[in-house]
Design a protein around this ligand. Structure first.
Ligand SMILES: C[S@@+](CC[C@H](N)C(=O)[O-])C[C@H]1O[C@@H](n2cnc3c(N)ncnc32)[C@H](O)[C@@H]1O
Length: 284
């Protein structure tokens, strides 16, 4: 028994080492040879990762859900696509030019257990198609954001775009937020609403011509009544494909339209003193 005790202790130590070794995530092939360094050169911009807390806040601001398809443009080690998958259950895609970085991101996604949701494309953000995305994230540079802006503005209205640090030129963000002294911004791709719309209540009551001018998500205009009198819109706003506008009608009543824009048509409600009726519209 006296001899058995140290033997048992030695066995227990060996066993705990073996268990600890098994519990450690096995380094994937490649990690030993590829260790990126913050600030390393990239095709159009260097690699600097977004801090974890800001990644979460950017995805939160974009109201990411499991039904989203998130694209990170210039995805580095894959932390944003991985967070979108892990925290929100969203399918996500990273586009990364550096093939070593892209491979590292794939290994990271596997280690995080979300390689079923995360795809990393080795490619150039200016060549790959990301227009299927419902959420776009980026940490690039002001001129790169501007270069991407025309593509983004053609994407489906309501697509959320969030950028760490950099703006989108004269397209003001819909929201701004700060985390750990870093700024980030959110834009919602606006529907194209500029022009003239013939609107009518489905009940056959009210009808008029809505004339809208637009700069990105900022809208204004007039509502011309059947008597030909243009009434200024007293308030108008656009968020994605949702448009709100108020005007005073021929009987001096305030009416408010809450409509969804779908291409050359719109549909929704027109309210008057708490009474709501269906309204439809079409481009003139
Ligand atoms: C500032 S880092 C951001 C990484 C990651 N999105 C994040 O926020 O943690 C920019 C990344 O874009 C990559 N990159 C630079 N130019 C690119 C291009 N034209 N196409 C794809 N990736 C690019 C760089 O290699 C780098 O990994």
């Amino acid at each position: 028994m006296i001899v058995a005790r140290p033997l048992a202790a030695a066995l227990a130590i060996c066993l705990s080492f073996a268990t600890a070794a098994l519990a450690q995530p096995k380094p994937e092939h490649g990690d030993e040879v590829y260790q990126p360094s913050v600030g390393q050169a990239g095709k159009d911009v260097i690699w600097v990762p977004t801090p974890d807390s800001l990644v979460t806040q950017m995805l939160q601001a974009a109201k990411t859900t499991k039904d989203d398809l998130v694209f990170d443009l210039g995805s580095g080690d894959g932390k944003i696509p991985i967070a979108a998958a892990k925290q929100y259950g969203a399918k996500s895609v990273g586009i990364e030019y550096n093939p070593d970085m892209a491979e590292l991101a794939r290994r990271n996604a596997k280690r995080a257990g979300v390689d079923n949701l995360v795809t990393i494309i080795t490619g150039d953000i200016f060549k790959e198609d990301f227009t299927r995305a419902t959420v776009v994230t980026m940490y690039l540079l002001p001129d790169l954001n501007l270069k991407l802006r025309p593509i983004i503005l053609k994407m489906k209205p309501g697509t959320r775009v969030t950028s760490h640090q950099f703006h989108m030129g004269d397209w003001d963000p819909d929201e701004s937020f700060t985390q750990e002294y870093r700024n980030a911004y959110l834009w919602i791709v606006p529907a194209e609403v500029a022009g003239e719309w013939q609107i009518r209540e489905e009940s056959g009551g009210f009808q008029g011509t809505l004339s809208l001018s637009q700069r990105y998500q900022k809208v204004g205009g007039t509502l011309t009544l059947p008597n030909g009198k243009p009434q200024p819109l007293l308030g108008a706003s656009l968020r994605g494909d949702k448009l709100w506008f108020s005007f005073v009608d021929g009987e001096n009543n305030l009416r408010t339209g809450t409509v969804t824009v779908a291409g050359a048509k719109l549909f929704g409600d027109l309210s008057l003193s708490g009474r709501t009726t269906n309204v439809t519209g079409a481009r003139k």
